[in-house]
Design a protein around this ligand. Sequence first.
Ligand code: AMP
Length: 187
Amino acid sequence: MNLIFLGPPGAGKGTQAKIVVDRLQSVQISTGDILRAAVKEKTELGLKAQEYMDRGDLVPDEIVIGIIKERIKAPDCANGFILDGFPRTIEQAKALDELLKKSNMKIDHVINFEVNDEELIARLLSRAKAEGRSDDNPESIRNRLKVFNEKTQPLIDYYRSVQVLRNVYGLGEIQEIANKVKSLIGS
Ligand code: AMP
């Protein structure tokens, strides 16, 4: 089963993706994690991406599309994957459609995690303390939420129109939300 987890930063996509991955023996593909690893290792990709990430801006589409193109070809994706944090723009979604079509794959469900801005800001600020992420500062957080509303929110309509969108209210206990996800995807 191939899934997309959509939702603003701090909505719990990564946490929920890990739970599903453990249950279904699939893989989590987080463009944010891949980019952070590249920044840490100071690779060419990392050096290009860092300034965008620190500001809370999106890394250019062609860079993240290139990452996904390589990643979903890997053998471990054959058993199903969860895209966590990709796509984030209509351009990325269209590129993904093309990529999947070429490899005879499809997305089974898009899970849209809904959490209000106040709660997101509180969560991101507390994550900043716990994990020390350089983009979890108030200025970058504000920008990431703005970027989400401008660039990523339109994907909700995009996926609703092809009828694979499922909404999950993202406030509550982690396990309670995991149960909702489980019943929506049917396994
Ligand atoms: P995340 O961990 O998903 O919140 O991503 C952290 C940062 O990585 C984002 O604020 C962006 O700068 C960058 N990033 C991650 N995924 C994408 C994507 N699909 N498109 C563009 N930038 C991304």
